[in-house]
Design a binder for this molecule. Sequence first.
Ligand code: B12
Ligand code: SF4
Length: 540
Amino acid sequence: MIKIRKTINVLLINPSPMPLREMSLYISKQSNLRSPDYMMPLSVMFLASIIRNNSKKANKIQILDIAKELTLYNRNNQSTLQSFINYCLLKVAFLPDIVGISLTFSSANNLTLYLANIIKTKWPNAKVIIGGNHATNMYKKLLEDRNIDYVLRGPAESALVEFIDNFDSMDLTSIEGVYNINKVKLQNKDELGKELDINDLPMPAYDLIDMDDYRKLGFASVMFGRGCPFNCFFCCVHSMYGRKVRYKDNERIINELKYLNSNFGFDTFLIVDDLFPPVKPVLLDLVEKIKSLNFNFKFSIIQGTAVSLLDEEIIDALISLGCKSFSLPIETGSEYTMKNIINKNISLDHARKILRILRDKKVEINVYFILGFPRETKELMQETINFINSIDVDWVCIFYAVPFPGSRMLEELEKIGILDSNKIDWDTFRYGMRGYDTPEISAKDLEELIYDTNIIRNFFNNSNLHNGRYKKAIQDFNGILKKYPFHIPARYCKIQALEKMGEKSESEFDMCIKWIHSDKESRRLYERYIEYMPKLKNQV
Ligand code: B12
Ligand code: SF4
C-alpha cells in the first residue's frame, strides 16, 4: 500500500556551470583554473518562494547553492570532487522527499548526473526532479538516467506546486510539463509547464540563502522581465518562454528594489532579463520612478543590452541610472552573417552609431562577438575581425558559436550529420571551447583564430592604449594580471602604457623576464607573440 505523506521536505540545488572534469581538477588544485564566479541562484529562490506561498504540503525547504560553495570551498590537493559534494550535502538539514536540481546550463549536465547518483545513494527514497533550460530541451535523454525520476519542462512555477501537493496520491505525469521515462515512451508531444503571470510571482526567497555570502558580491540579481521576440539562430531562450516578452509593472519593480535596499542594504542591481531594455515609454517611466526614490541605485545589465533597441535617449536614461559600463552583443561584424546566418536584427551602421554615442558619453564599452557558425566561411569570419579592428571600444569578447539544445543551430548541425545531441560531451558546451569540426573550419583552427584575435585586439591593439586613455588601459591589464599573473601580453602592454604616461616600468619589465623564465604558460605566450613585443627580443 502506498503511504501518503502529510508533508514533503524539498531540497533545491543550484549546480555550478563549471564542467565536471574542470571542477574535479579545480577542487584538487591540479590546474591553475581561476576561482569560478557565483551569484544569487534566482531560479531556485523563485521556486522556493512559490512552493512556500502556494503548496499545502511543502514543509521544510532548503536551497543548496553548489556554485557558491565551490567558490568559497577551502580546497587543498587532497580534496576530491566526491569530498566536495559530501561537504555540500552535509549542509542539508533534513531528510528530503524531493531533490530538485536546476539544470539551465548545458555545461552542468554531467555534474547533475553525478549529483543525482550520489543523492540516490544517500537518500534512496527521495525523488530526483530537474528543470531549467537544458533539462527542458534534453529531457528525453536525461530521463534515460535511472537516477532522474522526473523532468519538469518550461516554467515550473505552477507544475511544481501541483507536483508536491499530489506527491503520493496521483500519476504526477498527468500534470502539464511533468515527464518521466514512461511518459516519454507513450507520448510524442512536447508540452511545457504553465506559467504564472509575471506580476504574480512572489519575491525570491532571500531568507533561504546565506545572505552574508551574497552581500560580499556587492550586488543583488533582479529579474524585471522574461522572454524575447527575436529569433537568433544560436539562442534557446524561446524554448522556455516563447517569443512574447512580459515585464513586471514598474510599481512592482520599485517595490522589489526598495525591499532589497531596506532589508539587505543593496544599492547595486544586476538585471538578468533575457531582453533588456523594455520598450522606451516603459523604460523612461521606470527610470523616472527609480530616480524619484533618491536612493542612488546603480544597475548593470550583465548579459548585454539589446543593441537594436538602443538610442541616445535610452542610453542617457540608463546612464542616469548609474550604468557606467555597457555590454553589447553585436555578435558578428558581417552583414551577410547577421542577415543570412544568425538572423539577428542589428544593422552594423546602427551598431557603429551606438558605439560612437557611448564613446562620446565616456562610459565603458564591452562588445561580444561569436565566430564559427555553420555556413560561416573563413572570409565571413574575417569580415567580423575587420569590424572588431575598426571600432573604438574598451574590450572585445569573442566566443565560439555553441549549438545549445533548443537552438536552430543545433538542429542544423544534427541535420548535416556533424552532431548528435544524444552523444554530445556536455563538458565541452560553453562559449570557451569547441569539440567538433565544421566543413568551414576545424575546431583547432577556430580555437587559434579566436585566441589570436582576442590577444591582438585586446592587448597589442588595445583601443585605450592607442587612443591615449592609458589609465583605463592599465586598469584593464591589471584586472587580467590579477587573475592570470603569467599573462605576458598584458604585462608587456602595461609597460607600454606606463612608459607613455612617463612612469617607471623597470620593475614590470623585470617581472616579465622572470615569468618567462619560470612559467611554461608565460614562455608559450612570449614565443607565440614575440613579433608584437620587440622590446623583449634578445632580453630573454
Ligand atoms: C542571467 C543569465 C546569465 C547571467 C547569470 C547566470 C547565473 N549563474 O545565474 C550571466 C551573465 C553570468 C550568464 C552567463 C552565461 N550564460 Co546565461 N543566461 C542568463 C539568462 C538570461 C537568465 C537566467 C535567469 O536567472 N533567469 C531567471 C530565472 C528565475 O528563470 P529560469 O532560470 O528560467 O528558472 C525557471 C525555469 O527554468 C524553471 N527551473 C529552473 N531551475 C529549475 C529546477 C527545478 C527542479 C525545476 C522543477 C524547475 C526549474 O523554473 C524557474 C521558474 O520558472 C538565461 C536565459 C534564460 N531565460 O534562462 C541565460 C542562459 C542560461 N545563459 C546561457 C549561456 C550560454 C551563458 C554563457 C555560457 C554565455 C557566455 N557568454 O559565456 C555564460 C556562462 C555562465 C557561467 N558562469 O558559466 C544560455 C544557456 C544555454 C545552455 N543550454 O547552456 C541561456 C539559456 C541563454 C541563451 N543564450 O540561450 N548568464
Ligand atoms: S540572443 Fe538575445 S536577442 Fe537573440 S533571441 Fe536570444 S534573447 Fe533574443
